[in-house]
Ligand binder design. Sequence first.
Ligand code: S3P
Length: 167
Amino acid sequence: MYDNIVLIGFMGSGKTSVGKSLARQLYKDFMDVDSIIEAEQNSSITDLFEKKGEAYFRSLEQKCINELTQKTGQIIATGGGLPIYSSIPEKSLIINIDADFDVILDRLSAKERNKRPLLQDESRARALFDQRIDTYREQAHFSVDANQKIPVFIHLIYDFILDQRVL
Ligand code: S3P
């Protein structure tokens, strides 16, 4: 019924860590849209935003998710803006890593914050979070409460996936 599992959610919610762990548990390939774009462009996201602009980055995200979903059986982590600016191909089981803004800030190290141009100004980032949260929830087949400890909510996602008999 579904070809791939796509993880969405705000920056720093844990999509990459969750994706890696799920892929290990389910013996699937893990793909990370941001890392693929950085490798293909040979540039960090911060530099891409600065040198080519956000709109260019958004077009790369759409292209990347379209290309990735030509294959099946993968766990795909997206950047936080992908479900806002791009459409996620059908036949993807979409899981939203749903953490509160303050929980996200607590979890992120200074280094992790610095990698994210849209997280530099805290009040703007909070406003972005408020704007986006409903879209994440609407797009997802399942939103997991990610304010709990990471291994606890990974387990909930795992159970959900097994129930869907996906992949
Ligand atoms: C963005 C999220 C980032 C990255 C870029 C823009 C966003 O990914 O794609 O900095 O618009 O929310 P993470 O969600 O992995 O931080």
